[in-house]
Design a protein around this ligand. Structure first.
Ligand SMILES: Cc1cc2nc3c(=O)[nH]c(=O)nc-3n(C[C@H](O)[C@H](O)[C@H](O)COP(=O)(O)OP(=O)(O)OC[C@H]3O[C@@H](n4cnc5c(N)ncnc54)[C@H](O)[C@@H]3O)c2cc1C
Length: 376
């Protein structure tokens, strides 16, 4: 047996699994099909929002509590700033999914938030052209995590604990042997591991066609805009998320941290095969975003600076999917992070490690179980 644990994919989740398993003193190998810390997967784009009063489902809050702790521990051990908590503001009608869901999670878990009625919202953030009736909920202990730095920190931690990390090592397939799993690579020799974690992000279905998982990969574009000074820095504006019926999808933004105000629609884009992702951002879609932003923040006068196309891997209910391969209990799969997984990266690393080692995951993750997806 070459390794105790092998990890397929070293993006957001795989790098965290590698770090957590390696810290247990096991023989670990991580295999990444591209360069380490590449920008072709789901985790690239300089910032990812992190927040706790989780409108999507309050059941995520215990995982978020743990994720915050683990992010701070990783900052400490890597001596790297990974979080910037300048606050997050949700805006919508009082009965919108976002406002109702966030308020419910905040109440249920006593998460400090501030409720702003339409007048208070407009007074505090005069940048916004609000619609009648729109309200806000501000969460101060929220902000962003820096994904490229986070992945580098987890990979370094894994390496420092003896993990072997291989770039340009594309896993083709795997099969059960008497004691473990034989792993085959594109154009390489096979190796054997006792346990495997599959963290292949948008490429999960390519790697596991036999499971016919109902995952849909969606193209999502991130835009950075230069704005008039004094309107969009973290001193003037928190990160925000706006649910509005007239928008094609909810709009979110991250204040200008030096490279422009970052904006994107949440879950708006065509379905794609990951290797066929259209990485070019076209003039028409950039103009739609510029017009949307200019209408919301008229004084900002945005001009486009840069763009990046990325991928969401959607499950039918937009909840993550974690569990064992139904045909091989030594293989644990973590996929379908549905465009909201990055903030959870370290806690997913910890949970997948516990499942791999036959330990209790220590969280109620029933709502995330892989088996709920049809076809498994
Ligand atoms: C535009 C955008 C904005 C987002 N915003 C947020 C946000 O604000 N907050 C938040 O929490 N989340 C956000 N997310 C979601 C979050 O970024 C993802 O959920 C998370 O990055 C998924 O990580 P992953 O490890 O599953 O995928 P990835 O990071 O893509 O990792 C998968 C890795 O597996 C490798 N791989 C695939 N197949 C193989 C193979 N056969 N052999 C070896 N290696 C392989 C890939 O090369 C890749 O490195 C956003 C996502 C996008 C696209």
């Amino acid at each position: 047996m070459d390794y105790d644990v092998a990890i397929f994919g070293l993006g957001g989740m795989g790098s965290a699994v590698a770090a957590h398993v390696a810290q247990r003193g096991l023989r670990v190998a991580g295999f990444e099909r591209f360069a380490l810390a590449h920008d072709l997967g789901a985790s690239a784009g300089r910032t990812r929002i992190i927040r706790k009063a989780y409108f999507e489902d309050a059941a995520y809050v215990p995982l978020l509590e743990r994720a915050y702790t683990l992010w701070r521990e990783l900052e400490e051990s890597s001596q790297t700033a990974l979080l910037d908590l300048f606050g997050v503001l949700m805006v919508g009608q009082p009965d919108s999914t976002t406002i109702r869901g966030m308020s419910n999670a905040a109440l249920q878990y006593a998460i400090p938030v501030e409720y702003l009625d339409n007048g208070q919202l407009g007074a505090r953030y005069p940048q916004f052209a609000l619609e009648a009736g729109e309200v806000g909920i501000y969460e101060p202990n929220a902000g962003v995590v820096f994904p490229e730095r986070a992945i580098a920190a987890h990979l370094n931690l894994a390496r420092n604990h003896g993990a072997h990390l291989y770039d340009r090592a594309r896993v083709r397939s795997y099969e059960a042997t008497r004691d473990g799993i034989r792993i085959h690579f594109e154009g390489g020799e096979a190796v054997e591991a006792a346990r495997v974690a599959v963290c292949a992000g948008p490429w999960t279905s390519d790697l596991l066609p036999q499971l016919a998982l109902p995952l849909r990969v969606q193209r999502n574009v991130q835009y950075w805009f230069a704005t008039q000074s004094g309107s969009a820095g973290p001193a003037e504006l928190p990160a925000f998320f706006l649910e509005r019926e007239t928008l094609p999808a909810p709009l979110y933004a991250i204040p200008d941290l030096g490279d422009g105000l970052k904006v994107a629609f949440h879950g708006y884009g065509e379905t794609t095969a990951p290797d066929q992702l259209d990485r070019e951002v076209h003039a028409g879609e950039a103009e739609l975003m510029r017009e949307t932003l200019a209408a919301l923040m008229p004084d900002a006068r945005p001009t486009l600076r840069s763009t990046k196309a990325c991928m969401y891997t959607m499950t039918p209910d937009a909840n993550f999917a974690i569990g064992r391969d139904p045909h091989n209990r030594n293989v644990v799969i973590a996929c379908g992070f549905s465009g909201h997984g990055f903030k959870f990266v370290p806690v997913i690393g910890e949970i997948v490690t516990r499942i791999l080692l036959d330990e209790d995951p220590q969280f109620d993750i029933g709502f995330l179980r892989l088996e709920r997806l049809s076809g498994t």
